[in-house]
Design a protein around this ligand. Structure first.
Ligand SMILES: Cc1cc2nc3c(=O)[nH]c(=O)nc-3n(C[C@H](O)[C@H](O)[C@H](O)COP(=O)(O)OP(=O)(O)OC[C@H]3O[C@@H](n4cnc5c(N)ncnc54)[C@H](O)[C@@H]3O)c2cc1C
Length: 454
């Protein structure tokens, strides 16, 4: 295939294996992924995206879509095909009066946070700043503001989408409402989203940070946390984690490399009430580390960025849970004690509060009857540890499978097959298949957690 034609006819910068910068352009966040595309179309505008889609369709070329490149399974890249790379499309416009943001798909969460924070506003999104807004939003989007403001998709007002035909359409509640429904959780199955319009929340500074307990106290800690958050206001969020304390400042040296459990809290209520809210929490244990205090929302959202730079080995899996049974807690503790290094961890993200205010059938994301989304994350800088972290992750996942709801958050999945995708969309799957058949009948967009057309 002569990719010069694409470049010459449309002016898009096309990177091929012969180009300088090819290896940087094909690198994604997870260093376990080593795909070699035939070309990468570095799009700068909607017109570039339309030209790239048309070129690929007319020449029968497989495509993938890249926004932030964070997908664990490396679905932003395709061997021997064309990557539609949106990472240079970084426009952000904030309407502070309407409290909305128009955000192009190449933006990273830290860029969105910085722009909204200037106006005392925030978008519910994820917990690592280098994640792309594109993939995170289309899969659902969960993070520190989920209990207060719902998933990222619950704040989505509109998308601009390039369909497989090359047609550019708008999707919102009035215009192509079926497509808008499917885009809220259905991933990259329906088209290339070039920009998103979101509602923003009034959140500037919060009372937040990590609090750890010794792993020997894990059972009591997780039960205490479960009971407390079940009855808490939506202003109190905390994800439970098993981890090994990183051997570096600001962590106290006597805790370095110790296995612990803990919660990373985020309280969005009035700051002057925060100490009162945390008094009973601090009485439990007591904690062996307490870094909870007033902090800006962008600082919280990027607190762990330095620990997780791009280029590490990653393998992960996810489960949903309705409740944390005694048996499930015991499995968590067993694997928590076997965490192989200080990058590897497991997080239990609460997805109740405002997430439960939206019925399951209102968006493609179909797991609002779950209280937790758990992720098992094997990470290491060393390629020779790839098998070890993969094994830990898979064994942990499998040991918890009997207690889980089936399916998983599509953004925490590797390439796990059609049955798993189907289980993740539950009762919404058939409607997704119909909408896929209408907008992408030939499955042009299939490098994703694929929903096959009829
Ligand atoms: C370190 C880390 C932290 C994370 N934390 C969170 C978290 O806190 N909360 C959370 O919800 N998720 C989190 N995730 C998961 C994250 O949501 C997914 O990895 C998501 O795929 C990342 O989006 P991206 O744009 O960076 O991905 P990419 O790898 O660029 O894209 C992934 C896939 O998404 C689709 N896609 C992306 N952009 C578009 C677009 N513009 N149009 C159409 N389809 C598109 C495509 O199918 C593509 O293959 C995290 C991931 C990592 C690695």
């Amino acid at each position: 295939m002569n990719y010069e034609n694409l470049s010459e006819s449309s002016g898009i910068q096309v990177i091929t294996p012969e180009s300088k910068g090819y290896d940087d352009a094909r690198a994604v966040y997870n260093a376990m992924i080593d795909k070699r595309p035939a070309a990468i179309a570095s799009c700068q505008s909607e017109a570039d995206v339309i030209n790239a889609v048309n070129f690929a369709r007319e020449n029968d070329i497989e495509i993938s879509i890249r926004s932030g490149g964070h997908n664990g399974a490396g679905l932003a890249m395709v061997d021997d095909g064309l990557v539609i790379d949106l990472s240079k499309m970084k426009g952000i416009e904030i309407d502070a009066t309407a409290k909305t943001a128009q955000i192009q798909s190449g933006c990273l969460l830290k860029e969105v946070d910085a722009a909204t924070h200037e106006h005392g506003l925030a978008l519910p999104s994820g917990i690592i700043g280098s994640t792309g807004i594109g993939g995170l939003t289309l899969g659902g989007g969960m993070g520190y503001l989920s209990r207060k403001g719902g998933l990222t998709i619950d704040n989505l007002l509109e998308c601009k989408v390039v369909l497989a035909t090359g047609e550019m359409v708008t999707a919102n509640k009035d215009c192509n409402p079926d497509l808008f429904w499917a885009l809220r959780g259905g991933g990259g199955n329906f088209g290339v989203v070039t920009s998103f319009k979101f509602n923003l929340l009034e959140v500037k500074n919060v009372y937040a940070g990590p609090m750890f307990w010794p792993i020997e106290k894990a059972k009591e800690a997780i039960q205490f946390y479960d009971g407390l958050t079940k009855n808490a206001s939506n202003d109190l969020y905390g994800f439970f984690a098993f981890l090994m304390v990183p051997p570096a400042a600001p962590f106290p040296e006597h805790l370095w490399n110790h296995k612990v459990c803990g919660v990373v809290w985020n309280y969005t209520g009035p700051i002057e009430e925060a100490e009162k809210v945390f008094a009973p929490i601090r009485e439990f244990g007591p904690p062996i580390l307490d870094f909870v205090g007033e902090i800006s929302m962008p600082a919280l959202n990027s607190m762990f960025d330095a620990l997780y730079p791009p280029g590490l080995q990653w393998y992960w899996r996810g489960h949903y849970f309705k409740e944390l049974t005694d048996e499930a807690i015991d499995v968590n503790i067993e694997f928590g004690k076997e965490i192989p290094n200080f990058h590897t961890t497991s997080h239990l993200y609460p997805i109740d509060g405002a997430v439960h205010d939206v019925p399951n059938k209102d968006t493609a994301w179909a797991n609002r009857d779950a209280r937790w989304s758990q992720v098992f994350v094997g990470v290491s800088p060393e390629p020779e540890n790839a098998q070890q972290i993969t094994n830990w992750c898979k064994s942990f996942y499998e040991a918890l499978t009997p207690y889980a709801m089936g399916g998983a958050y599509v953004n925490f999945m590797m390439e796990e097959g059609e049955a798993k995708v189907k289980a993740s969309y539950k009762d919404n799957y058939d409607r997704l298949v119909s909408i896929k058949s209408k907008y992408d009948p030939h499955n042009f967009f299939h490098i994703n957690q694929n929903i096959r057309p009829k």
